[in-house]
Design a protein around this ligand. Structure first.
Ligand SMILES: [Zn+2]
Length: 315
């Protein structure tokens, strides 16, 4: 059996991680470059020279003495955690194929379960915002999917009760290989929601393929070429080649989320989906995911606690 290119690719070893991000000074220097890529500029007077204050992540302007904090106004603010803890969290979340539960994260980081959960939700939000900027290119396979619900309600799929409906989209290239994926929690499979969603997340020159569910016709109203394949439903439909990737990936995501998290609340589902997609969409760049997520995080606005609990941004 040929080796799977992704499973056997070299990620970042713990030893390499420690060499690159083992001290607060190293982490601060890296975040400094990501926050001020063109060099430090004082936000009060525009002066470019500064001195670093010892033992704190503060940089003092040499002209007006204004003290700029490296992390204020970013996702890292309002915590007293060392930067090394944040970076270790980023490492553990990005380098594990199926993610890491907040309880496990708490053990590895040496923080409380609540702190670990807050770190995780904040980083998941950064992952979501990063992927929100991606527009799905190529041939986009769309499918309706469901998460959770009662185990023994005797109903499956579209008729099941208590399940979270979500839209699964996989974009494939001309060779038929998957490029990107997006899982979006939606309110219902209505034409209006599908139309708005596709305008926001699919590149204008893409072609959309879906099954015969009526709401998917709405992508035509959004201006996309659309092919509807009548599958007949049920488990036979998963064998149809045109839906190969969306079905394979849906199977993987369900197995992975069930294995790592057991239960995901409805309101937080979008963030867990986003975390899975973020890793998938960067699976060929496993090693560099630590620095790219750190860069996205230092350039992300803080999330207040009440917003962290709500998780209202579904798509
Ligand atoms: Zn200044």
């Amino acid at each position: 059996m040929p080796k799977n290119k992704i499973q056997f690719q070299k990620g970042m070893s713990l030893l390499d991680f420690n060499k690159a991000y083992g001290t607060n000074e190293q982490c601060a220097a890296i975040l400094f470059r990501f926050r001020w890529p063109n060099g430090f500029v004082c936000q009060k007077c525009g002066h470019g020279r500064f001195s670093k204050l010892k033992s704190r992540n503060l940089y003092q302007c040499c002209q007006c003495r204004y003290q700029a904090s490296l992390i204020s106004g970013t996702i890292f603010s309002s915590t007293n955690l060392p930067l090394t803890t944040w970076f270790l969290a980023i490492y553990l979340i990005t380098q594990s194929k199926d993610g890491i539960s907040s309880l496990n994260l708490a053990r590895f980081l040496g923080v409380s379960a609540n702190t670990a959960l807050r770190i995780k939700h904040k980083l998941q939000q950064v992952m979501k915002q990063s992927d929100d900027q991606l527009s799905l290119p190529g041939i986009v396979q769309l499918d309706d999917a469901y998460w959770g619900g009662k185990k023994h309600d005797g109903k499956r799929g579209r008729g099941a009760t208590d399940k979270i409906p979500f839209l699964a989209a996989v974009s494939t290239n001309i060779q038929g290989h998957p490029v990107y994926m997006r899982l979006s929690r939606i309110k219902s499979f209505s034409s209006s929601e599908i139309e708005l969603w596709s305008q926001k997340h699919i590149r204008t020159d893409s072609i959309v393929v879906s099954d015969g569910l009526a709401c998917f016709n709405a992508v035509k109203h959004a201006g996309f070429l659309h092919e509807s394949v009548i599958t007949g439903g049920g488990y036979e439909s998963v064998k149809i080649p045109v839906f190969k990737w969306v079905n394979t990936i849906l199977g993987n995501v369900k197995r992975s989320l069930h294995g790592t998290y057991h239960a995901i609340s409805q309101k937080h589902a979008p963030r867990y989906f986003a975390e899975f997609c973020y890793r998938f969409n960067r699976r060929f760049r496993l090693g560099s995911m630590v620095s790219s997520l750190a860069c996205a995080a230092i350039n992300s606005k803080p999330i207040p606690q009440h917003q962290l609990k709500l998780a209202e941004e579904w798509w």
